[in-house]
Design a protein around this ligand. Structure first.
Ligand code: NDP
Length: 263
């Protein structure tokens, strides 16, 4: 670290599970960028004061934002980029000209990862399990593509319906539907995505049975810890194509670096 080093933060509570500081700092040094990312553990109650304090540090350029602050931090933003407005959640903020600008790279990071893996979205039927922050961001990003059908499956059906309404508002001509986790059909989909937290860490539950998808279906997970969830392991045993959660994060790193003109 030098006196000119640019500082980024990763804000969360709790903080022990976050991987961004290690991954970003590694990426900065790999790309010869004079920057570091530090973990910042702030409670919901202190969030406002912490953001004001950080904004006033001249070499503090921005933050990646994670649980539980992604929604509350909107109230502290002077401006929101389109993706953050659509999703109603912020996972990056930039301090610029004394302003706090909110953005969200969850959806674009996921799509970039798919496209980099040469997965085409044109005329495809895609199903997402999960209508939480990440599920919403991915749904909005997917709805911009020329899909044949986009389906949301969520445990809390009302939350799924609310997401469907928001999507229909923004994309009225698209074929978008919703089903509950108790009753769904995924036999005719090209891509099925797990955007729930099922499978995280020691949790070996699967959001859906990979036997229920057709043979050519790609099964994608967005969970990074473990790198291969129970769902992915089971899908591999069934010889299904898989796409791992680490792709989404790696591509968010790339997008964030471009957003801050670091590369
Ligand atoms: P949220 O808390 O906003 O949403 C959680 C989602 O999981 C909801 O749809 C929720 O359903 C569902 N869910 C939780 N528990 C259960 C359960 N027992 N049974 C069925 N459904 C359940 O979290 P996020 O959307 O922010 O994150 C989801 C996951 O994605 C996390 O594991 C996170 O680590 C990962 N993630 C990965 C990223 C990456 O870059 N790879 C980026 C962001 C997140 P309900 O609405 O019914 O509660």
């Amino acid at each position: 670290m030098k006196s000119t080093t640019k500082i980024f933060g990763c804000i969360a509570d709790p903080i022990d599970h976050v991987k961004a500081p290690t991954l970003f700092s590694k990426e900065f040094s790999k790309r010869n960028v004079d920057a570091v990312m530090i973990p910042i553990n702030a409670t919901k109650e202190n969030l406002h004061n912490v953001i004001i304090g950080l904004k006033n540090i001249k070499n503090f350029l921005g933050l990646t934002v994670t649980i539980p602050h992604k929604v509350d931090i909107i109230n502290m933003c002077d401006e929101l980029e389109l993706e953050a407005t659509e999703v109603g959640a912020v996972n990056w903020i930039k301090f610029e000209n004394n302003k706090v600008i909110g953005n969200n790279f969850d959806g674009s990071g996921f799509i970039k990862g798919l496209l980099k893996s040469k997965v085409s979205l044109n005329d495809k039927s895609v199903c997402i399990f999960g209508a939480g922050g990440a599920g919403m961001a991915i749904a909005f990003a997917l709805a911009k593509y020329n899909l044949k059908h986009l389906k949301i499956v969520n445990r809390d059906l009302l939350k799924g319906i609310s997401l469907l309404k928001q999507l229909k508002n923004s994309f009225p001509s698209k074929h978008i539907s919703v089903e509950s986790l108790n009753e769904y059909n995924i036999s005719n989909f090209d891509i099925v995505i797990n955007a729930t937290s099922l499978g995280l860490k020691e949790n070996v539950q699967m959001p859906f049975d990979p036997n229920k998808v057709n043979n050519n279906c790609l099964i994608a997970d967005i969970i990074m810890d473990p790198e291969e969830t129970a769902l992915i392991q089971q899908a591999r045993k069934l010889n299904k194509k898989v796409h791992l959660g680490k792709n989404m994060l790696e591509n968010q790193i790339d997008l964030a670096g471009r957003y801050f003109n670091l590369w």
